[in-house]
Design a protein around this ligand. Structure first.
Ligand code: NIG
Ligand code: FE
Length: 436
């Protein structure tokens, strides 16, 4: 049974009480200087003060010992909201937005999400898989070890199922844990433009039963927004999804406050996303119902909008998670360190709150809280070595990724020499390597 020891590390991790952390608990993380972490067969066997971890070894010699040189170890990031399965980028549309054309106006004119639909419908599964894999690989280099991916660029039964098959294949041939979400209600397709309720019928009567029967999605999501799906249509779709045994998520109050956050509370959704325009009264209901707020600051950044009121959410007791929203339109970003920096510097989260948001709370938002999201015995050995002494480096070192090693289920899946030791030969990563 393979034993790998990471020693001489500063450990920083939320502690999992079996649920997401909210209110003051969101910022309570464990710091263990002079710490160590022992992986056995892909699982964390022991973690904490180095001397105590060494005692757990009981004389056994690890196959590999890594001296972290006092660097920081954090749980692998969990990115609980992405649309990274797409066929083509939308760089020209970004140019239009820079000139002032609003995101929803682009959609109204048949661009935006609908441009992606046009590209995905004729795309082969192989092409889609290659694109998605490329984005997942990039996310992994930035420290993402678990990931959610949504469908939603098909908007017809066959293409939605094609996207979900691609996401399923991704989960089998990349090292990340991948969770699939069915987002058939991402936009009204052009052929239903004048009869949107008929499209809702299609989602409820044909798509959801097929998706549920194939067991290829864990959640169902809806884009509840002006000109997209109304609150009533969203309620109908999500209630049907729940009847089919799918978990429920909602893109709520991204541009306008339609009451999506309140609906998330009413349905006891796993999470509500965006929430830039959500009212306090609805946030209070989310807190009472334990709905996780998945905040997407890279989207606010790219859309040049005011950031979600993360401080207020934490004050109200809403558990906050962070995600990239990686998609070709509103947030072309697969970097959790970038999102982390925005959360701290633009939304006012403390480093500890942001760490919880990007790991444990994000894990709970996609149903993986029992397996990943913290450095604790029994959890999967998914963790990162950062080129810094504490997780503060994630906000402090702007515009670069301080993630120098990514470990997934105990295996190194990405490694790069820290910038100050560029001369370290690649072989150094193999046996008993050290960065000092
Ligand atoms: O979360 N808001 C809706 N969906 C995505 C954007 C998708 C796209 O523009 O392609 C979002 O921002
Ligand atoms: Fe989204």
């Amino acid at each position: 049974m393979s034993l790998v020891l990471y020693r001489n590390a500063h450990l920083a991790t939320p502690i999992d009480p079996g649920r997401p952390l909210a209110g003051p608990d969101q910022g309570r993380i464990l710091h263990q200087p002079a710490g160590a972490l022992l992986c056995r067969a892909g699982t964390i066997a022991a973690v904490g003060e180095e001397a105590a971890v060494l005692r757990e070894l009981q004389g056994a010699i690890p196959e590999r010992t890594v001296d972290c040189g006092g660097r920081c170890l954090v749980p692998g990031f969990v990115d609980p909201h992405t649309h990274m399965c797409f066929a083509e980028r939308r760089e020209a549309e970004f140019g239009l937005r820079l000139e002032g054309l609003p995101y929803l106006e682009i959609l109204r004119r048949g661009g935006g999400i609908l441009a992606s639909v046009q590209a995905v419908r004729p795309a082969s599964e192989a092409t889609l898989l290659e694109n998605t894999r490329r984005h997942a690989r990039s996310a992994l280099r930035f420290g993402t070890t678990s990931l959610e991916v949504k469908s939603g660029y098909g908007l017809d039964l066959d293409t939605e199922l094609k996207m979900l098959r691609v996401i399923e294949r991704l989960s089998k041939d990349c090292p990340l844990d991948v969770v699939a979400t069915f987002l058939g209600a991402h936009a009204i397709p052009p052929e239903y433009r004048e009869i949107p309720d008929r499209y809702v019928d299609l989602v409820v009567d044909s798509m959801l039963p097929a998706v549920a029967a194939q067991g290829i999605a864990r959640y169902c999501d809806v884009f509840c927004e002006t000109g997209v799906f109304t609150l009533e249509q969203s309620r109908r779709i999500l209630k049907a999804a729940a009847r089919h045994g799918l978990g429920v998520k909602i893109h709520a109050d991204e541009v306008n406050d339609l009451g999506g956050a309140g609906l998330a509370a009413e349905l006891r959704a796993a999470s509500a996303e965006h929430l830039l325009a959500a009212a306090d009264s609805h946030l209070q209901r989310m807190a009472a119902a334990g709905v996780i707020a998945v905040l997407l600051p890279a989207t606010a950044y790219s859309l040049r909008k005011d950031y979600a009121r993360a401080r207020r959410m934490i004050e109200l007791g809403v558990p906050v998670a962070l995600a990239t929203d990686c998609n070709p339109g509103s947030s072309y970003c697969e970097s959790m360190p970038f999102v982390f920096g925005l959360a701290v510097l633009q939304m006012g989260l403390s480093v500890a709150e942001a760490l919880t948001a990007a790991t444990l709370n994000a894990a709970y938002a996609i149903g993986l809280g029992d397996r990943v999201g913290s450095l604790e015995p029994g959890k999967q050995a998914d963790f990162l070595v950062l080129d810094g002494k504490t997780p503060t480096i994630l906000a402090y070192h702007a515009g670069v990724s301080p993630v120098i090693e990514v470990i997934k289920r105990g295996e190194t899946v990405f490694w790069t020499p820290p910038p100050d030791t560029l001369t370290v030969p690649p072989e150094a990563r193999k046996e008993n390597r050290t960065w000092n």
